[in-house]
Write a protein that binds this ligand. Sequence first.
Ligand code: GLY
Length: 383
Amino acid sequence: MADVSRREFLVTGLAAAGTSLVSSTAGAQMRTETAPMRTDAPPGRPVVISSGNGLRATERAMQLIVQGQDPLHAVVEGVVIVEEDPKDQSVGYGGLPNEDGIVELDASVMHGPTHRGGAVAALRNIKTPSRVAKLVMERTDHVLLVGEGALRFARAHGFEEVNLLTEESRRMWLKWKEHLSDEDDWIPPEGETEENGPVAALHPSRRTYGTINCCAVDAAGNLAGVTTTSGLAFKIPGRVGDSPIIGAGLYVDNEVGAAGATGRGEAVILSGGSRSVVEHMRRGLSPQDACLEVLHYIAAKTLDPRLLNAEGRPNFGVTFYAVAKDGRFGSASLWSRGQYAVFAEGRNRLESCAYLYESPPEKPRPEKPKSGKRQPNSAAGNP
Ligand code: GLY
């Protein structure tokens, strides 16, 4: 375990007691701690690991696991908290929409003991795509349903249809549209610039990929995982990232471990990311080193100059999260300053991801491109 003398959010006994120290609204109120770069933890089960936005998911999933629930049910119910939260604009309800202003969601699940999986892509109007993905696994002979077919399947199972675009996300989408180009007919309000509103964070070079991944191993060594996202903000309608692609945004092998990804989905798909992490664990690498190995591969295979910074490094972010069957866990990002959530050894907390490259210091916001032409997405280190 990393240095335990640091101030920490201690929830010792929480798992055993099955109680929560956190109010229901409360990811932000939870006392957490970031740790320095760490090596893999010693064995110990159960363990739940998630992306940095998943502290409430790890807590909920661990509660369910210690109650004896199946680990897949546990991780899905964990991420549902984030999917249903309108304030998280990377996932589910309130996620940032596509370029037409419509929220399209992707999710996948995988269940170690049965080696089954399910997924949905470009799903509209349903707050909890992770639950739909689990039903695809349980109630069809298929693995992936997309678009209208996925929505009809969700309807058939009684999911409520809602407009997923919250007022805040609509406002951000409209600002993005109005500031995209000087040469179209969308005009921002008088006096509004990219620098003086929330649109500054949405400059084309800073669009986010969002996403929550959550993987778990229970006390018996059974594994499961889920990845869910609203995908790349303002994407081309129909664009599907890595999250619903089994082997890319998620992979589980009950003999070895589970892994998931956040960040630039295109890079994760092209590297077969999560499956590769699991295969590296199978050949003996620790979870953290397995994540780093795939990040090295992604860096080596990023050849398009649009996707490289001045030093020839990827100008985007990818993070992997992994847990081994024996309870070891780890995470690594292309860029520093990433965090992940983990509930292990009775403590739920944020840890720092290992990384390949030190993130540059924060720079002033970029100028609006004169031509309106989009720049590559950088989002260094940030899913
Ligand atoms: N990793 C999420 C996406 O690229 O859609």
